[in-house]
Design a protein around this ligand. Structure first.
Ligand SMILES: Nc1ncnc2c1ncn2[C@@H]1O[C@H](COP(=O)(O)OP(=O)(O)OP(=O)(O)O)[C@@H](O)[C@H]1O
Ligand SMILES: [Mg+2]
Length: 252
């Protein structure tokens, strides 16, 4: 079986700091792969390298068998890799609807030009509305992104990711800092994407959330993979428990 994403011998060094240090990783089609690990383990850096924000120091990244490492972010997004950010980055002064409309622009023109394209044609707006319905944001479509709470912004991030009709959706701690209610809404949305057959990589610090949502989990520590397996295998892995016991996280 061909992997949707394959990471081979990946290294990302920032000067002497080895943020990713020889990582091998596979993401199977239609699975939800969890990435967990303590603060500074290299989780966000992995996303940044896969999405083209950083050029890797060494190693290969293959999307459906084709090398993508070192390509520009817009090229990688154009190939169907969408990501959300640990810190939400909406366009705050425009509406929720226009945020999704702007993200849809990337489908029609890739790259720099998409920034200038006025894509307020009827079809684009209809597509944006359909995505807002799927992500439970339709009631808020006319609110400015800067006026809604973090839970909605996290869902807006996912809505913007869906706008590129992605093969692979990478979510960076979509539940961080949210109330239990908002966490459950985000989890429900991820479960819905799973049931639609999307391929998802989820960075999630909170182990109970990963256990609930993910089919498989990879554990990073100091830029290296220290464990990989089914959620229940990971929960009982002594190395994982040790890496987490170094912090105040509860693992249960
Ligand atoms: N652009 C950068 N320049 C220099 N160092 C960086 C850069 N980005 C990340 N790092 C460092 O790389 C290491 C891994 O950081 P990263 O953000 O990937 O961790 P993380 O696993 O996402 O942590 P967290 O759980 O806190 O989000 C850290 O030591 C961080 O300070
Ligand atoms: Mg991070």
């Amino acid at each position: 079986m061909q992997e949707m994403l394959k990471v081979n011998g990946l290294k990302m060094y920032f000067g002497g700091l080895k943020a990713i240090d020889g990582l091998d990783l596979d993401v199977h089609e239609k699975e939800t792969l969890g990435i967990i690990g303590p603060n500074g383990a290299g989780k966000t850096t992995l996303f940044n390298v896969v999405c083209g924000v950083h050029k890797p120091t060494e190693g290969k990244i293959l999307l459906n068998g084709k090398e993508i490492q070192g390509k520009e972010p817009f090229e990688i997004a154009g190939k169907g890799v969408a990501r959300t950010f640990q810190i939400s980055k909406p366009l705050k002064d425009i509406s929720i609807l226009d945020n999704v409309v702007a993200a849809l622009g990337i489908n029609e023109y890739t790259g720099f030009k998409s920034l200038f394209r006025k894509s307020h044609n009827k079809e684009t707006v209809e597509k944006a509305i359909e995505i807002l319905k799927r992500t439970g944001l339709i009631e808020f479509k006319d609110k400015k992104a800067g006026e809604v709470s973090l839970g909605y912004l996290r869902r807006l991030e996912i809505a913007r990711a869906l706008a590129i009709n992605p093969l692979l959706i990478m979510l960076d701690e979509p539940c961080a800092g949210l109330s239990n209610f908002a966490i459950n809404e985000v989890i429900e949305l991820i479960m819905q994407l799973k049931s639609e057959g999307k391929t998802i990589v989820l960075i999630e610090h909170n182990l109970p959330i990963s256990m609930k949502v993910c089919d498989r989990i990879v554990v990073l520590n100091f830029g290296q993979k220290i464990a990989e397996g089914l959620p229940k295998e990971i929960q009982n892995n002594p190395q994982v428990i040790e890496a987490y016991l170094g912090e105040d996280d509860d693992i249960a």
